[in-house]
Unconditional design. Structure first.
Length: 206
């Protein structure tokens, strides 16, 4: 799902002579030109309200899914490395393609870089998780639970469990699992990526 919006990005980069990455801002002198029917009939305005609905819904769903399941236990630095490399590649491609033939090229590049900063990080995280192995379940024992509160991010819920090797593990969980953790059969869910990235989280049942 996270790869679907890239169809639009690739299209805009491929046809950079008609793709316009900036928005038709009412505060600028060129608003009438960039929002006219003549302009829209010969150009692809990348930042357009209705065009962001589907990609935004996809990104919100993927982001929420990663928060619930993709808890990186090992190899977080590998994900950061992939993000940096992918971002640099997209910056080079953008510099070569975006805004060619337009007077406000620097402003378009700014919008492009900002969009890529968000999109690349989410895409790399989602792709890395999608490449992980099937879930391996390990029985564990409930120890305790706790919460943390943030004015910006709301409340986060955590459950601490005892693993079979005697060590303990604290995992962020859903609100429902938090409230019923002491009454459920808990399992540690392990998933491993080919690049050595491991995902751990506590779940209920198999």
């Amino acid at each position: 799902m996270v790869l679907l919006p890239w169809i639009r990005y690739i299209y805009a980069l491929r046809f950079s002579d008609i793709a316009y990455w900036d928005e038709a801002n009412k505060r600028r002198d060129d608003y009438e030109e960039k929002s006219s029917k003549e302009w829209l009939s010969t150009h692809v305005t990348f930042i357009y309200n209705s065009a962001f609905v589907l990609p935004t819904l996809i990104y919100l769903y993927v982001f929420n899914t990663l928060l619930v399941f993709a808890h990186v236990h090992k190899g977080e630095s590998v994900i950061y490395l992939f993000c940096v490399v992918a971002f640099l590649v997209m910056l080079i491609i953008g510099y070569l393609c975006v805004g060619r033939g337009f007077e406000d090229r620097k402003r378009q590049l700014f919008y492009y870089f900002f969009i890529m900063l968000f999109v690349v990080g989410l895409t790399v995280s989602a792709v890395c998780y999608s490449l992980s192995s099937p879930v391996a379940y390990e029985e564990c024992t409930y120890i305790s639970k706790s919460t943390s509160h943030s004015r910006k991010g709301g409340t986060s819920y955590y459950v601490e469990v005892r693993l079979q090797d005697g060590s303990s593990f604290r995992s962020e969980v859903t609100k429902d699992l938090y409230h019923n953790a002491q009454y459920e059969d808990l399992y540690l869910c392990r998933e491993e990526n080919p690049f050595g990235i491991e995902y751990w989280h506590v779940c209920v049942g198999k």
